[in-house]
Design a protein around this ligand. Structure first.
Ligand code: XBP
Ligand code: MG
Length: 274
């Protein structure tokens, strides 16, 4: 091969490598950063219902079905349409949903402020490691911004929000996960191509949303999502793990450490583009 051609090929390989280098990790919130659904959101919804004088109650089993719909307001509407026969005008229903959801957000943030829900294993460690490695942090979630603030500040301290390059949350986009909108929005704010990012999700709705935006994704399951179909994920783990708490790879590419480190994420991400 002539020298110039070899040089051009090497340059192209280098360019490709630079374009696909991991520059940001985009974290989902509910179920991924913390197990917030069963003892957080669900409890807050029920408190809002009972304080409004309603006899609605979402037990764990029913809530598992309702989780198919992302977003609290959307979830209440789904419950009204699918599980109840109340006769309500459209305007009345809209107003009720809005009122219940505002109360629910208040109760939910109170639960988080009481520090009842810890971050999942490995989350804080990985956030620290990523920042030390110069990798940007971002959030892409369907939950209300006040909920994200309460979780992050409550778990990581007053300056937690500044650690994230962008926090994309809630109604900032019209369509919630599994639509890819929130990830497109996040990429735009990060000013990065999908190939430079990796998403961390816990649910099939989150995985579909990230993949819909062309972002490679790893999944850490939880009790509500463990039976979902995660095809399309780079890897599926039980959690991120800690030095004294090994994680298990359930599907896809495994990592060389007993817990997931930033270098493992870089390796997984690079493998996807090889
Ligand atoms: C999970 C959700 C959220 C919460 C409810 O979001 O579906 O909607 O259950 O939050 P993700 P709101 O996994 O994307 O973080 O009531 O504030 O909508
Ligand atoms: Mg989630």
């Amino acid at each position: 091969m002539c020298k110039t051609l070899a040089h051009i090929l090497a340059q192209n390989r280098m360019k490709k490598r630079l374009m696909t280098q991991l520059k940001a990790i985009i974290f989902d919130v509910d179920g991924t950063l913390a197990e917030t659904e069963r003892d957080g959101h669900r409890v807050a919804f029920n408190r809002a219902f009972s304080n409004a004088g309603l006899d609605w109650y979402w037990d764990e089993e029913l809530y598992a079905q309702l989780l198919a719909v992302t977003g609290g307001k959307e979830r209440i509407r789904f419950y009204l349409e699918k599980f109840r026969t109340d006769n309500m005008l459209a305007d009345e229903m809209d107003a009720l949903i809005k009122q219940l959801h505002q109360a629910k957000t208040r109760y939910y943030t109170e639960i988080l402020q009481s520090k009842a829900i810890p971050l999942r294993p490995g989350v804080e460690r990985l956030l620290d490691e990523a920042q030390q490695a110069g990798i940007k942090l971002a959030i892409a979630t369907t939950t209300t911004p006040a909920n994200v603030d309460a979780l992050l500040i409550g778990s990581l301290g007053a300056d937690a929000l500044e650690r994230f390059e962008t926090i994309a949350a809630g109604d900032v986009v019209p369509a919630k996960k599994p639509a890819a909108d929130i990830f497109h929005y996040c990429l735009e704010k990060l000013n990065l191509p999908a190939k430079a990012c990796l998403a961390v999700e816990d649910s099939v709705n989150g995985l579909k949303a990230a993949r819909g935006a062309g972002i490679e994704t790893i999944v850490t399951i939880n009790s509500y999502t463990q039976h979902e179909d995660f095809s399309g994920a780079l890897s599926v783990f039980d959690h991120l793990g800690e030095p004294n708490q090994a994680c298990t790879c359930i599907a896809g590419a495994a990592v060389s450490n007993s817990y997931i480190r930033v270098d493992d994420l870089k390796e997984l991400h690079e493998q996807a583009y090889r």
